[in-house]
Design a protein around this ligand. Structure first.
Ligand code: ADP
Ligand code: MG
Length: 258
């Protein structure tokens, strides 16, 4: 008996889902004339919803530049960059703001407001603040995520009363509270001890899998590499290798050149 292949099966097997991030022939330089310096060379990359991708590479290799381009924080100069279905090249300021609303940023500098408590800092990124500050929902939602990140006792403290690691966790809570579709994180666990770092990535991993959130994370932290579905490596502005570490198809680590 021949096995009929249903259209459903074919669709399930083909990567019909639109990538969260789709990069084609992307080049980027800083400066002009004598100061011209190209830092990204012909980058091609697809990242799918729910994937956790770790970006590694030596200092100065262009990791932060690539992350800020994907985050619509820099202007695309050459090539194509689609983020959450939207081409960023030549996109107007208003539309760039719309794209950014669906992205949670966690950068090295945590940029907290020092006059606000941890909870208020997190509330800054909920839609209802400050228009409806009395609303219970964003306040408890903010306290909730802070508690999940181990800051339940520190919800109403201001940053000067928090350690470096605690401040970084407030910044992480701020990025996660709106359940963004894409999280861009630049060394999010660098200032954290082993247990806090693990708690943070476990929460991010849970969100990625349960809510189909895409995570692109720069890290040198060997302790958290195991959360990655893929590890990509940037060297002198070139994407050198792409290791698929977690697949349903094979347990082997497959390495291929891009
Ligand atoms: P990484 O995050 O991998 O350390 P970056 O993206 O920060 O790398 O930097 C890549 C290269 O671009 C480095 O040589 C850096 O000195 C340079 N660079 C970064 N930001 C700027 C800037 N604003 N102006 C000029 N050069 C920059
Ligand atoms: Mg960097």
């Amino acid at each position: 008996m021949t096995t009929a292949i249903s259209i459903d099966n074919l669709q399930a097997e083909s990567p019909s889902t639109e990538p969260s991030v789709r990069i084609r022939d992307l080049n980027f330089h800083y400066g002009e004339g004598d100061l011209f310096k190209q830092v990204l060379f012909n980058i091609n990359l697809d990242i799918y919803p729910g994937q956790i991708v770790i970006l590694t590479g030596p200092s100065g290799s262009g990791k932060t530049t690539l992350l800020t381009l994907i985050g619509a924080l820099r202007t695309v100069q050459d090539g194509s960059l689609r983020v959450l279905g939207q081409e960023l090249r030549n996109l107007g300021a208003k539309n760039l703001v719309q794209v950014r609303k669906n992205i949670g940023f966690i950068f090295q500098a945590h940029n907290l407001f020092y006059s606000l408590t941890a909870r208020q800092n997190v509330m800054m990124s909920t839609d209802l603040y400050p228009k409806d500050i009395s609303d219970i929902a964003p306040s408890s939602r903010s306290a909730d995520i802070l508690t999940k990140l181990g800051l339940g006792e520190r919800v109403d403290y201001k940053p000067h009363a928090l350690s470096g690691g605690q401040k970084q966790r407030v910044a992480i809570a701020r990025a996660l509270v709106n359940h963004p579709r894409l999280i861009l994180a630049d060394e999010p666990t660098a200032a954290l001890d082993k247990k806090s770092g693990r708690d943070v990535v476990t929460l991010m991993q849970k969100m990625a899998k349960e809510e189909n959130i895409t995570i692109l994370m720069v890290t040198h932290d060997n302790r958290i590499l195991d959360v990655a579905d893929r590890i990509i490596n940037l060297v002198d502005g070139n994407l050198e290798s792409d290791n698929v570490v977690n697949t349903d198809v094979t347990n082997d680590t497959r390495t291929f050149m891009l």
